[in-house]
Design a binder for this molecule. Structure first.
Ligand code: SF4
Ligand code: SF4
Length: 204
């Protein structure tokens, strides 16, 4: 009999413990239900990177003097500067230049120390590739003009996370009546249709 009562007691204890764990899990769920979304409808919407964003490096071939300062200041000696000495002009002649963005840590040292400012950091951050060797950019790829979110007519550039008030980054504990920084996608469509003189879908 005592053994049976002990089993019932253990079972009740485990039940209470399990209920407590379920309650803890649900409290996290309910907490998240309260907050505002921070979603960006990528790739139709993109956040505008900050002014000092360190994205893909841009290289100007004609300005490079093959000094290799960029290689010496790079923590991993990454840039490959291929040059030869021109005996007639007694100057170095640059043949090719490359940076492997699969290895680069975007520290910006090379850009900072280049004496001719032929390197610069752009806003480009979409560097995904199926093959990591495609991330090894030669001087032609490095010389391409950078992509800008604000120049792409197919993309809605967002300066702030649209659902949060201006300057807010934490979606928790915001009063429901605080104004959003941006518009919801359906509001943007309604605005575009109004600008074209069309009636919004609901009003038809
Ligand atoms: S950004 Fe940094 S890691 Fe990348 S090439 Fe320049 S110095 Fe090297
Ligand atoms: S530091 Fe500038 S000029 Fe010198 S090799 Fe590197 S990119 Fe060319």
């Amino acid at each position: 009999m005592l053994k049976f009562l002990k089993q019932v007691g253990d079972y009740a204890k485990e039940t209470v413990q399990a209920a407590r764990y379920i309650g803890q899990g649900l409290s996290v769920t309910f907490d998240h239900m309260q907050r505002r979304p921070v979603t960006v409808q990528y790739p139709y919407e993109k956040l505008i990177p900050s002014e000092r964003f360190r994205g893909r490096i841009h290289f100007e071939f004609d300005k490079c003097i093959s000094c290799e300062v960029c290689v010496r200041v790079c923590p991993i000696n990454l840039p490959v500067v291929d040059w030869e000495f021109n005996k007639e002009t007694k100057k170095k002649k640059l043949n090719s230049y490359s940076i492997d963005f699969g290895v680069c840590i975007f520290c910006g040292n090379c850009v900072e120390y280049c004496p001719t400012n032929c390197l610069s950091m752009t806003e480009e951050y979409e560097l995904a590739a199926y093959d990591r060797h495609e991330l090894n950019f030669d001087n032609v790829a490095l010389g391409r003009l950078p992509y800008k979110v604000t120049d792409d007519a197919m993309v809605t550039p967002l300066r702030e996370l649209a659902y949060l008030p201006k300057g807010a980054l934490d979606p928790h504990d915001l009063p429901a009546d605080v104004q959003r920084a941006g518009l919801r996608p359906e509001e943007i469509i309604a605005q575009a249709e109004a600008a074209q003189g069309k009636q919004p879908e609901e009003a038809k």
